[in-house]
Design a protein around this ligand. Sequence first.
Ligand code: CA
Length: 219
Amino acid sequence: MQVLLVEDDAALAEALTQTLSNEGFAVNHLAQGKLAITAVKTAAPDLVILDLGLPDIDGTEVLKAIRKQSADLPVLVLTARASLEDKIIGLDLGADDYLAKPFEVDELLARLRVFERRASTLKHAGLSIGDVTLDNASHQVMVKGNIVDLSRREFMVLKALMENVGRVQTRDSLESKLYSWGEEVASNTIEVHVHHLRKKLPDKFIQTLRGIGYIIKPV
Ligand code: CA
């Protein structure tokens, strides 16, 4: 799951990035609201963690801009403004959840897991293409009803391709779904994941578009 973290407190952002990465989230961190609005368009995160007190524009403006673009991108608001009034404003503008600073990291992780479950429930149906079925809730992949063993990142590559059936996924877009910004990624990493995936999947299930990326064609 790709998380966009919008937080101008560098120490907090670093600690959260570390914790969330350890938990298997790919975290992209930005410290400014305007950049965050752009990143929601270009990086297509699965979830936004948004601080309301930002240096350039107010976090509520970011939230409004996000909601104009996407009605259902989950947004978890973080803020030191713990008053009930602010909480109501945040929820009115379309935040999905709200956490007042200071908070326990465990509390944040618990909220994120709720989002994850919700997302996988929503996407649960329909991820079956040909002989391959991908179950988001259990993180299981089956070929002709038999479970195949995938690494976490192989699973994420396959999920990205299956969720975008018929649409090319470039190596860059796959990388951005699997790795945090700034994380060291070898240039052939995605090829290696796809190579391993192919050994476990039906012939020609994942097709290569040379120099561009990969595609799963609808069956
Ligand atoms: Ca702040």
